[in-house]
Design a protein around this ligand. Structure first.
Ligand code: A3P
Length: 308
């Protein structure tokens, strides 16, 4: 990335149509958007550093929320620092790749000084091996599948690089089949649930964060070895509420040009609730979803709440 231009300024120079709805390509059995698959060699051989912190999620699980929380903690609650740049600059997206001249996540990270706060949507088995060789810490945020499906559907409407979600009816089926970017939600949450027993992984649930945000922020602080006073915790909590983040241009993706993210269709900070799925799923869709859910989750002790 050139010194003078910000990431979002470079995006503005991309010719019309370049970002339009990339097809999915299989990478080791996981569907990823074409530019990511084309750049896969660079992701696979990415060199992690021991003090890298990885925030891993299935899309729409509360990634941005956790990124904002962690960045605020790492800056000891200094909110001026937390507003120094958009979240995708403060915490670059490892595997993301776009046509030139937009730099890939790997290129951005290579030029990012340590300690780096790295975002990924990769399932465990696709994470570059160097993260495990360096014994990096990982925070994994998981969210119940029905709310994810609703959130992801709306995101795919607004995000012009994602494949067209089609109708909601079509989308529910595609989601259950794992025929969406980053693949099957089931495989993803289970892969990381197993990984937590082998590596330094803090597994956090979106529903728990909604239920008691301060309790969960404290967990994250402890995992990071940060013992911040209660006033700082309060400040971080206030800074990372749904409303505060919705109003914060450094957290709400409004700095990204509309040809890439058209938030007039649906805002990135959409609802931020648990159980919004009830406003979208029909009875028949719930039944189909629950049947498949039981089948796919029967061999794991991983449990989700679809309501709180
Ligand atoms: P909804 O579409 O259900 O509103 P991600 O960052 O992984 O893409 O996830 C986005 C989802 O997290 C969106 O869900 C968004 O509203 C929600 N979210 C973001 N910040 C939040 C916050 N501070 N509190 C609650 N939900 C938040």
């Amino acid at each position: 990335m050139s010194q003078e231009k910000t990431y979002d300024q470079i995006l503005l120079e991309v010719p019309d149509g370049v970002f339009f709805r990339f097809p999915l390509c299989q990478v080791n059995g996981v569907p990823l958007m074409e530019p990511i698959a084309d750049n896969w060699g660079k992701v696979e051989t990415f060199q992690a550093r021991p003090d890298d912190l990885l925030i891993a999620t299935y899309p729409k699980a509360g990634t941005t929320w956790m990124q904002e929380i962690v960045d605020s903690i790492l800056n000891d609650g200094d909110l001026k620092r937390a507003k120094r740049a958009p979240i995708h600059v403060r915490s670059p997206f490892l595997e993301i790749a776009s046509p030139p001249p937009v730099p890939s996540g790997v290129q951005i990270l290579e030029n990012t000084p340590s300690p780096r706060l790295v975002k990924t949507h990769l399932p465990y088995q696709l994470v570059p091996k160097s993260f495990w060789e360096q014994n990096c810490k990982v925070i994994y945020v998981a969210r119940n599948a029905k709310d994810i499906a609703v959130s992801y559907y709306h995101f795919d409407l607004l995000s012009k690089s994602q494949p067209d979600p089609g109708t909601w009816e079509q989308y529910v089926e595609r989601f259950l089949q794992g025929n969406v970017p980053w693949g099957s939600w089931f495989d993803h949450v289970i892969s990381w649930w197993k990984a937590k027993d082998r590596h330094q992984v803090l597994y956090i649930f979106y529903e728990d964060m909604k239920e008691d945000p301060k309790r969960e922020i404290r967990k994250v602080m402890k995992f990071l070895g940060k013992d911040l006073p209660d006033e700082v915790l309060d400040k971080i909590h206030q800074h990372t509420t749904f409303q505060a983040m919705k109003e914060n241009p450094m957290a709400n993706y409004t700095t990204v040009p509309t040809f890439l993210m058209d938030q007039s269709i649906s805002p990135f900070m959409r609802k931020g609730e648990v159980a919004d799925w009830k406003n979208h799923f029909t009875g028949a869709q719930t039944e189909m979803f629950d049947t498949e859910y039981l089948r796919r989750m029967k061999e794991t002790d991983l449990k989700f709440r679809c309501d709180i």
